[in-house]
Design a protein around this ligand. Structure first.
Ligand code: ZN
Length: 150
């Protein structure tokens, strides 16, 4: 394992132990639930949307280290972003975890999300990492249905 991977591992475990924005949001105006049956990850996402910008976002749920860390980093990443920006980040993130993009600085600026680049080596983990993103998309589309990774 390279030093970079070890560092990434550390960031993921840290977010798993102390997830950011892990709280309910009683005054959210968008919410959705996500479920990854493959791993048993469950997430509920709360969004406060102001026009086409995400004013605040939080989550609750239970799942593996990857899904929890991904949700934690998602909340940090998308807060203050517009819907179009979120779509573009999701596309870049999806390419990253499915191995279609490399984090050599030439791809889209994913910031801390780059820690998930190692996930592309473990296809079964891709759904853990992307669950919360599918859930966010479902929340933003105003869907009541439960988002699943299937
Ligand atoms: Zn998982």
């Amino acid at each position: 394992m390279s030093d970079l991977h070890a560092l990434y591992q550390e960031v993921i475990l840290d977010h798993c132990k102390r997830p950011h924005n892990f709280r309910p949001m009683p005054d959210s105006n968008r919410t959705a639930q996500g479920y990854n049956p493959l791993c048993g990850d469950k997430v509920t996402l709360f969004v406060k949307l102001d026009g086409d910008r995400i004013f605040d976002v939080s989550f609750q749920g239970s799942g593996c280290a990857i899904s929890t860390a991904s949700a934690s980093l998602l909340t940090e990443t998308v807060k203050g972003k517009t819907l179009a920006e979120v779509e573009s980040i999701f596309a870049g993130f999806h390419d990253l975890v499915t191995g279609k993009a490399k984090t050599d600085g030439k791809g889209p600026a994913l910031g801390k999300l780059a820690v998930f680049s190692g996930v592309s080596e473990f296809p079964v983990r891709v759904k853990c990492a992307t669950l919360v993103w599918h859930t966010l998309r479902s929340a933003l589309q105003g869907g009541e249905a439960v988002a699943t990774t299937e």
